[in-house]
Ligand binder design. Sequence first.
Ligand SMILES: CC(C)(COP(=O)(O)OP(=O)(O)OC[C@H]1O[C@@H](n2cnc3c(N)ncnc32)[C@H](O)[C@@H]1OP(=O)(O)O)[C@@H](O)C(=O)NCCC(=O)NCCS
Length: 144
Amino acid sequence: MAAVPGVEVRPFAAPEEMAQCEALYRRVFALRADEGSLNARLLIALARNSGIVVGAFAGDQLVGFAFSFLAQDPENGFPYQYSQTAAVLPDWQGCGVGRQLKLAQREVALGRGVRRMRWAFDPFKYRNAHFNLDVLGACASELA
Ligand SMILES: CC(C)(COP(=O)(O)OP(=O)(O)OC[C@H]1O[C@@H](n2cnc3c(N)ncnc32)[C@H](O)[C@@H]1OP(=O)(O)O)[C@@H](O)C(=O)NCCC(=O)NCCS
């Protein structure tokens, strides 16, 4: 899949870069000021402790990010990354940024010897279902 012109997708180079994540997350999910959110401290802790946090940058501007944490299947012990969130700014959605973020997560996970990723999505959000099942080629395995 070709890179998105003008956008660099990569792991965060420094903790300070994650400062933009909360505002982006709040905007993408249209959270009210009194609604809880993620914060940079959580993402820094994840990135330092076997999680994967990747960002998409248009110059200095963060336009999307995704994060996951390391987990272990209780039945067979296999390690996997559980991807909690992928979020792309509305103006940048549909340009391939989300796909690049997921591919970047995949590359980092494989580099660590982790061959599985899992995540959840709302099947009634048909565009997300298409993104997960058709675009990314994920397999649905259980109802959460
Ligand atoms: C889901 C999301 C991360 C995908 O990122 P993206 O950059 O829009 O995705 P891409 O451009 O790489 O791929 C787009 C594909 O995803 C689908 N898609 C899902 N949601 C979409 C959206 N809101 N806008 C555009 N495309 C979307 C499209 O149908 C498209 O498929 P196509 O290329 O065959 O037409 C992004 O749209 C987003 O942040 N949505 C809101 C937050 C969200 O629901 N996150 C996922 C749950 S944590």
